[in-house]
Design a protein around this ligand. Structure first.
Ligand code: SF4
Ligand code: SF4
Length: 175
């Protein structure tokens, strides 16, 4: 069942997907030049980005997200290189998070934010990135129910995932 207020209820309870655990910044998802440019056009004076080393933990996390793309991950995010991530405050909150939610217009937000909590496997199956504090996940145990609760279609998830792959530099049609 569609639940238009689940994210607002989650925000009232906290923490949400717009916060990370302080000290875990290195595993925050990357934000590509394409995504940063779109955000700068819509929200030039807000939030910010941090240049982050491609640590072993960060690369391992990408291997988990793209298990069949290890070669591409190493080429796009080589050890010793860097990438940009969202800037956060000392409590781990994204600097683009305002009092009433994200300050960036929906269609200019980072692809990962727009896709969360969904992901797509290499063969096109939709799965859920499990996060213990996500209220929508706690209340909707199957991907189908979660899609309905968040009013997201399978087509939207697949399209967003393709957009993310392109933005991050992955071949949309796989290696
Ligand atoms: S960019 Fe917006 S949606 Fe993404 S983590 Fe920051 S506040 Fe949340
Ligand atoms: S997607 Fe999940 S973690 Fe993010 S605000 Fe909604 S309920 Fe909370």
């Amino acid at each position: 069942m569609n639940d238009p207020f689940v994210c607002a209820r989650c925000a009232a309870k906290g923490p949400t997907c717009c916060e990370l655990t302080p000290g875990c910044e290195e595993v925050c998802f990357p934000v590509s030049e394409y995504e940063r440019e779109r955000i700068r056009e819509c929200a030039p004076d807000l939030g910010g980005f941090v240049l982050q080393p491609n640590t072993a933990l960060f690369i391992d996390n990408l291997f988990r997200l793209f298990p069949d793309q290890r070669r591409a991950v190493k080429e796009l995010f080589p050890p010793g290189g860097t990438h940009y991530r969202l800037a956060v405050d000392e409590r781990g909150k994204c600097l683009f998070l305002g009092q009433h939610g994200c300050l960036i217009p929906q269609d200019a937000r980072p692809c990962y934010c727009r896709l969360f909590p969904f992901w797509t496997t290499e063969d096109g199956r939709i799965n859920v990135l499990e996060v213990a504090t996500c209220l929508a996940q706690l209340e909707n145990k199957s991907p189908g129910k979660l899609l309905k609760a968040l009013n997201v279609s399978q087509v939207t998830v697949r399209n967003l995932h393709e957009t993310l792959r392109r933005a991050w530099g992955f071949d949309p049609h796989h290696d």
